[in-house]
Design a protein around this ligand. Structure first.
Ligand code: GAP
Length: 442
């Protein structure tokens, strides 16, 4: 972990937030390379969910959340962690995360601590006009269910996908970006006819494993954890967690839950007319019945399968898998980030052999703009004049290709392309560079 954290800071992936003021615990900023990796990961998820499935629609809902949403979702009452204080060191911990250095007799009785961030809305802070920063992106998918059904004429099964920030006032944020207070989720709510839920659940577990594999987190690095009944969230009939061996231990990367008809039922009016299976709180405030026409049984409140992944945890797993120290001849070594090309923050570096040679530099700039125009991600014009140093840097940040422009380029229009992983170099004609690049990066 230490080496990864150091690389992330040195190369501009991830910084501690407000570091110049001593930081803010559990909050991180994503630097020039971090923002590219994050965007690429989110784009890969979006493509696999929304673009590749005509029955899945996207949503970008608000972060500020009406408190009624979180009352009826159960978060106001149950989204809590038990915390204890240590009278000896003065620190507060989640009950299951007390360090061994704290003695049992120094700990207070556990108290429930709500993890939601509350904020004032409007100019008067009288304690009545408040909202929450959403603790999961899912709830606004449920509250927009009817809007989306009405505007897209969907029928079951169909899904709504959303990527966005979520906030939790974690008692003990820890392990770099693994457990933080501000993070992003990639969540799908997949609505199915009750009775079809168990098959859909199994199928989504498999699909999600396959997806992580294509992001560079192989299936054999993930363990499935059947969450025991007494540990299930209040809305869940069954949850399967994808557990990845992070540098600090085996922990949850993504959760895939069967949320039944709990959420749509909880946010509906006239719940007694809906034939709900889940036990829900009586809703006196909703103005809508969140049901959908089903061919077989008339109106129905669908069950929902929810694959919910954290962007930061995804990045940490991907970086951990990609981080490699390789031995080279002459007792040397190199650090190389073997990221999948579609995730790499920089897709190619164009390196002129001579920094001050106008013709070489011009040719390199033309190649940069030609490849940039393909729209496959960021291309860098890297004019340091030191090829070896450029290669080392781009190995460390995971750039799949370095393209060197030299004197031969001026004679016969060819360039050298160096592959990050094999370090092999090959000479190709500039005319072929776009197709070569697209083949490698896609
Ligand atoms: N809507 C369901 C839900 O939010 P969750 O298991 O609490 O379920 C889903 O969260 C995913 O969000 C987790 O698998 C994890 O990847 C990510 N996540 C949750 N809390 C997090 C935190 N404090 N820091 C970073 N990621 C977190």
């Amino acid at each position: 972990m230490d080496e990864l954290v150091a690389l992330c800071k040195r190369r501009g992936f991830i910084y501690q937030s407000a570091e110049i003021y001593g930081g803010l615990q559990g909050v991180y900023d994503f630097g020039p390379l971090g923002v590219e990796l994050k965007n690429n990961l989110k784009a890969a998820w979006w493509k696999s969910m929304v673009y590749e499935n005509d029955n899945i629609e996207g949503l970008d809902a608000s972060i500020l959340t009406n408190s009624l949403v979180l009352d009826y979702s159960g978060h106001s009452d149950t989204f809590t962690d038990p915390m204890v204080d240590c009278k000896s060191c003065g620190m507060r911990f989640r009950e299951d995360q007390v360090p061994e250095s704290c003695k049992k007799e120094d700990l207070t009785e556990p108290r429930q601590f709500n993890l939601m961030f509350k904020t004032n809305v409007g100019p008067i802070d009288d304690g009545t006009s408040y909202a929450y920063l959403r603790p999961e992106t899912a709830q606004q998918i449920f509250t927009n269910f009817k809007n989306i059904v009405d505007s897209t004429s969907k029928s079951l099964p169909f899904g709504i996908a959303q990527i966005g920030k979520a906030f939790r006032n974690e008692i003990t944020p820890r392990n770099f970006i693994f457990r933080v207070r501000e993070f992003e989720q990639m969540e799908l709510e997949y609505f199915v006819t009750p009775g079809d839920d168990e098959e859909a659940h199994n199928s989504w577990v498999q699909k999600r494993l396959n997806w992580w594999e294509t992001q560079g987190v192989p299936i054999d690095t993930i363990k499935l954890y059947e969450v025991p009944t007494d540990e299930l969230a209040h809305y869940s009939k069954r949850t399967v967690d994808l557990m990845y061996k992070f540098p600090h231990g085996l922990e949850e990367l993504e959760g895939i839950a069967n949320r039944t008809d709990f959420d749509l039922g909880s946010h509906s009016k006239k719940q007694n007319e809906l034939n709900l299976h889940a036990k829900v709180k009586l809703n006196k405030d909703s103005n809508s019945k969140l049901s959908i026409k089903n061919n077989e049984s008339g109106m129905v409140v669908p069950y929902v399968i929810e694959p919910s992944a954290g962007v930061e945890r995804g990045m940490l797993a991907i970086l951990n898998q990609a981080f490699t120290i390789e031995s080279l001849p002459d007792n040397k070594s190199r650090i190389v980030l073997k990221l999948k090309p579609h995730l790499a923050p920089i897709k190619a570096a164009i390196v002129p052999l001579k920094k001050n040679d106008e013709k070489i530099v011009d040719s390199a700039k033309k190649i940069k703009s030609k490849l940039q125009d393909l729209g496959l991600g960021r291309i860098i014009f890297e004019n340091t004049g030191n090829i070896g140093k450029s290669y080392r840097k781009h190995d460390e940040i995971g750039t799949p290709l370095c393209i060197t422009v030299d004197f031969e380029t001026l004679e016969n229009n060819s360039v050298t392309i160096r592959d990050r992983d094999s370090m092999q170099q090959e000479r190709i004609d500039i005319k072929e560079i776009e197709s070569f690049f697209m083949e490698k990066i896609k």
